[in-house]
Write a protein that binds this ligand. Structure first.
Ligand SMILES: *[C@@H]1O[C@H](CO)[C@@H](O)[C@H](O)[C@H]1NC(C)=O
Ligand SMILES: *[C@@H]1O[C@H](CO)[C@@H](O)[C@H](O)[C@H]1NC(C)=O
Ligand SMILES: *[C@@H]1O[C@H](CO)[C@@H](O)[C@H](O)[C@H]1NC(C)=O
Ligand SMILES: *[C@@H]1O[C@H](CO)[C@@H](O)[C@H](O)[C@H]1NC(C)=O
Ligand SMILES: *[C@@H]1O[C@H](CO)[C@@H](O)[C@H](O)[C@H]1NC(C)=O
Ligand SMILES: *[C@@H]1O[C@H](CO)[C@@H](O)[C@H](O)[C@H]1NC(C)=O
Ligand SMILES: *[C@@H]1O[C@H](CO)[C@@H](O)[C@H](O)[C@H]1NC(C)=O
Ligand SMILES: *[C@@H]1O[C@H](CO)[C@@H](O)[C@H](O)[C@H]1NC(C)=O
Ligand SMILES: *[C@@H]1O[C@H](CO)[C@@H](O)[C@H](O)[C@H]1NC(C)=O
Length: 508
């Protein structure tokens, strides 16, 4: 790598008109629900920094992910649907012998080839059965964080399938010294260190992969830095768990503010593409570790093919975007991130052979999305599959956990017990002050109104899609998936079959 970087550097200094490639900062939240950011219309948990960044950039309103952590992260880093790499099933358990195939070039590996300094702060969750499948062998020059799916916020202990162990590392060094530091603060500090110490002769890639607001330590689950202060701040939330969850989201929001501030202080904010997204929907209730997050008004949650599992919080900020303050309603999938970022830094993406589509030009122009369909998944163990095609969604079975998570969950956060939304808080946020922002109160309220889907749950026809039953939903007119359209199912099955026949691509 050193050699490649030196070569890049030498080429760079020897050219007269050599412009630095943009830096890339990708902030990934874990199990953050659609309705847990205040820019989607909830008044319950104010997220002024996140909102400021979203309103100043492009809000990706129809951004789809996989319904659980490992598959989503695999899709993000490979640019391919998880069925291609064997990651279509459940998340990786502690000690499990599964990892990303070595013949697939991951996004950080590609960026390394292009001369980027690559850093992962926080969660990996893509396997650690061998040294050469861990982050520093899979494209990251530096990793500070954990390998498992979840750790305690303070004790940094992972506990899963009868295995228990401390999981906080700097590359391969076990970092006992960080125990008892609140994870969100720790990762923020480490991310800021990466930014402040960055040598600007190379471009920076920083993936901040937060634990927040995923459930934490087993048996405790909800962990905030200061419970008394949190009770005072969120006194109006009656449910104990939801109140603590609000504190966990609040810490995530502060982290975003600090990272933007650090980019500003370093003087590289204007040349940095920032993407923020959640890996999947919140797990409001139910199996494994629920976090009381809310995907309101959507149906379902994490682990399901419903919108609550896969249509997620996402936005992009870049000072050089031609269109800003935009709600982009074109279809996007998490696999698009890989080629879109490469497009953004001026690489030719035609020969990549990914499922992801380079949407950079479309985003720059706020044009029509180049994507008309999404393969939601084909899970041959838990027996469910689904596609989105032309604004319709066909699912055959609704997801994991024996397809029991078919209901409507989560707080709407809109009733009068919550404080009214305060645009001044957004204008006054750390992030907004660092950005070259042209937000006004009126513009904030206008954009927020556009992203607020409102209560679309009311017409539920009682359908269920479990046990291999098929359901067809009209996502454009019925984003809450209340009404099954069985008459059109045969037509969609034909489309699905054709679609599956074309799928063999990169490895086929
Ligand atoms: C940054 O990297 C360049 C090229 O490797 C090197 O010459 C320079 O000394 C570095 N700067 C700092 C502050 O480390
Ligand atoms: C804010 O500035 C951006 C360009 O920097 C522009 O695209 C956008 O229209 C502006 N918004 C308003 C409301 O003026
Ligand atoms: C994407 O769609 C635009 C029209 O919105 C078209 O001009 C462009 O060629 C398409 N790009 C690709 C890579 O398909
Ligand atoms: C999936 O289907 C197979 C074949 O019908 C069956 O053996 C298996 O138990 C099913 N799995 C679940 C989780 O229901
Ligand atoms: C799934 O649930 C059905 C009843 O809803 C039950 O008969 C079946 O045994 C369950 N399968 C598994 C694998 O738990
Ligand atoms: C508002 O919503 C909360 C949470 O769902 C609930 O506990 C409370 O009773 C509601 N308050 C009013 C005034 O409806
Ligand atoms: C703006 O933020 C500062 C601290 O950053 C605070 O002292 C002040 O009260 C805030 N103003 C408003 C109107 O929220
Ligand atoms: C958005 O604004 C329009 C016009 O004022 C209003 O009719 C609509 O109810 C608003 N939508 C939401 C979700 O508040
Ligand atoms: C629906 O899923 C079941 C397995 O649960 C499978 O046997 C059946 O072939 C699927 N139907 C279609 C049309 O894909």
């Amino acid at each position: 790598m050193c050699l490649k970087k030196t070569v890049f550097f030498l080429i760079c200094v020897s050219l007269t008109n050599c412009t630095q490639k943009p830096n890339i900062v990708l902030i990934l939240a874990d199990d953050l629900g659609w309705n847990d950011v205040s820019y989607h219309g909830s008044n319950q948990i104010p997220t002024p920094n996140i909102d400021a960044l979203a309103y100043n950039g492009i809000i990706l309103d129809r951004f789809y992910t996989q319904p659980a952590c490992t598959p989503s992260r695999a899709a993000l880093l490979t640019g391919q649907y998880p069925i291609r790499t064997g990651f279509q099933g459940f998340v990786i358990h502690a000690g499990e012998n599964r990892y990303l195939p070595h013949d697939v070039k991951l996004l950080p590996e590609k960026l390394q080839d292009l001369g980027y300094n690559t850093n992962l702060i926080g969660k990996w969750h893509l396997g650690y059965a061998y040294r050469n499948v861990t982050p520093t062998y899979r494209g990251f020059d530096y990793h500070f964080g954990y390998w498992n799916g979840v750790i305690g916020y303070f004790d940094h202990i992972a506990e899963d399938e009868g295995l228990t162990g401390f999981d906080m590392r700097r590359n391969f060094d076990v970092m006992w010294s960080t125990q008892n530091q609140y994870a969100t603060e720790l990762f923020t500090t480490k991310a800021m260190e990466v930014i402040m110490n960055h040598n600007e002769t190379t471009p920076l890639f920083l993936l901040v992969s937060h634990l927040a607001p995923h459930a934490g330590k087993r048996g405790v689950v909800y962990e905030v830095p200061d419970e008394a202060a949190n009770n005072e701040k969120f006194w109006y939330i009656q449910d104990d768990n939801r109140r603590k969850y609000a504190g966990m989201v609040d810490e995530l929001d502060k982290s975003v503010g600090k990272i933007i501030q650090a980019l500003f202080e370093k003087g590289i904010l204007d040349n940095t593409i920032i993407l923020f997204m959640s890996d999947n929907g919140a797990q409001t209730v139910g199996p494994v570790q629920a976090n009381s997050g809310s995907n309101w008004p959507f149906r379902g949650m994490k682990f399901t093919a419903f919108e609550g599992g896969i249509r997620n919080v996402a936005f992009m900020y870049y000072s050089r975007l031609k269109q800003k303050n935009v709600v982009y309603d074109g279809l996007m999938h998490i696999t698009d991130v890989y080629p879109t970022l490469l497009g953004a830094i001026g690489e030719n993406t035609n020969d990549l052979k990914l499922d992801g589509i380079n949407q950079w030009n479309t985003l720059m122009q706020n044009g029509e999305s180049n994507r008309t369909e999404v393969l939601i998944n084909i899970d041959e163990v838990e027996n469910w599959s689904g596609i989105i095609f032309d604004g319709l969604k066909l699912i055959n079975g609704s997801g994991s956990f024996n397809q029991t998570l078919e209901g409507f969950y989560g707080d709407d956060g809109r009733n009068s017990s919550n404080p009214p939304y305060d645009p001044i808080k957004v204008l006054n946020s750390t992030a907004n002050k660092a950005l070259n922002s042209n937000l006004t109160e009126a513009l904030i309220l206008q954009l927020r109104n556009k992203t607020d889907i409102g209560n679309c749950r009311l017409d539920y026809d009682g359908n269920n899609c479990n046990e291999g039953k098929m359901c067809l939903f009209d996502l454009i007119n019925d984003p809450c998936e209340t009404t099954n359209y069985p008459r059109k199912i045969n037509h969609m099955i034909q489309i699905q079959i054709q679609f599956i026949l074309i799928i063999p691509g990169p490895h086929g």
